[in-house]
Design a binder for this molecule. Structure first.
Ligand code: SF4
Length: 348
């Protein structure tokens, strides 16, 4: 299964690959299918992302080599959602079930689609496989590091002059990426790294930030799907974080208690803080709940959500204190920087 569902709202890399180099993704999928003797390849795309599906459809029509290789292929349209692209949720849905993740064994690699061993790979991974299959794996010397070869895609957005998807070497300094993107458009308060399951990093640390999986742990962030958002100092970090926390709470697949009840309780309490109507001990309670939810769901969704909230509480501690005391600020009234599918807003 070539997974191009891209449930992270601030990510664009899968769409960019499917729309601009669909043949590379197809080459990778065929190479991987050949390596594991698969006779079927499904290309999973978000049902709302018609342009990517169309690009893939056109590219597949130009590939007589696929039927010749005896490989059945199909494009499948998957409902939009934050957890629907998760490996087990995707396989459940493709099998005619509900797109809910499960931690129950066996893994899909042992018994997946129609009971057969199933490999689910992100389209970025397949694009890399496509380069190898084409024997075009020459190092991009200007981008790669000898000790950690290979490149990754990063969707850079927010207060930068040229928001786009960039290909960088592992460990590339964030300051260099910002320079490549024409610089920032004004004062930046913080960077969201890793998307909505990632974390905020204070802009004061910019000089030390390298986009490297291990290094980012230092700040409680993660590389994840390669997302960096520069948050302008004019935006309200509390309103931004609370809006995302509310949306993440709504993305629970509704089958694990800590996720189903814990995330909405945290999001509602944060909303009360944002609007200055929280109980005096609200921040203490939120911090305690954040510590209780992690590690107790059938999938990693609640862990990512509380990781995001924990980073917001840490990086924007003073802003949360101000909101608890004085309520909404001027920045709360400005249009949101972090995108929420469907335009969900902070619950009143
Ligand atoms: S942890 Fe949440 S999102 Fe994951 S399976 Fe359980 S209820 Fe669904």
């Amino acid at each position: 299964v070539a997974n191009g569902c891209e449930g992270e709202p601030m990510s664009a890399k899968d769409r960019v690959l499917l729309r601009s180099v669909p043949h590379l993704v197809i080459d990778g999928a065929l190479a991987v299918a050949g390596a594991i003797s698969a006779d079927e390849v499904l290309f999973a795309t978000d049902e709302c992302d018609v342009r990517s599906g169309d690009a893939l459809h056109e590219a597949l029509a130009e590939r007589p080599d696929i039927p010749r290789a005896g490989i059945h292929h199909e494009i499948v349209w998957v409902p939009s959602g934050y957890v629907t692209g998760q490996e087990s949720a995707l396989v459940h849905w493709l099998d005619g079930g509900v797109a809910k993740p499960t931690a129950a064994l066996p893994r899909v690699t042992e018994r997946g689609l129609r009971g057969r061993p199933t490999l689910v790979s992100n389209v970025e991974t397949l694009a890399h496989a496509g380069l190898i299959a084409r024997r075009d794996h020459r190092p991009r010397r200007e981008a790669e590091r000898a000790e950690d070869p290979g490149t990754v895609l990063v969707t850079l957005s927010g207060a930068v002059r040229q928001p786009a998807v960039y290909e960088i070497g592992h460990g590339y300094p964030l300051a260099s990426l910002l320079r490549d993107a024409g610089g920032v458009t004004g004062e930046v308060a913080a960077f969201l790294v890793g998307g909505y399951a990632g974390g905020w990093i204070d802009a004061a640390d910019l000089a030390q930030i390298r986009l490297d999986r291990m290094q980012l742990r230092r700040w409680g962030a993660r590389f994840g799907p390669g997302i960096v958002v520069a948050l302008s100092a004019n935006a309200c970090p509390v309103a931004e974080s609370v809006r995302v926390a509310q949306w993440l709470a709504q993305q629970s697949a509704g089958q694990c208690g800590p996720c189903m009840y814990g995330l909405p309780a945290i999001a509602d309490a944060l909303t009360d803080v944002c609007q200055g109507r929280a109980r005096a001990d609200a921040m203490h309670r939120i911090t305690r709940w954040v510590g209780q939810v992690g590690g107790r769901g059938a999938c990693a969704h609640p862990d990512g959500a509380v990781g995001f909230v924990a980073s917001a509480l840490r990086v924007f501690a003073e802003d949360f204190e101000d909101h608890a005391r004085y309520g909404i600020c001027d920045g709360c009234e400005r249009p949101g920087v972090l995108q929420i599918p469907g335009g969900a807003r902070v619950r009143a």
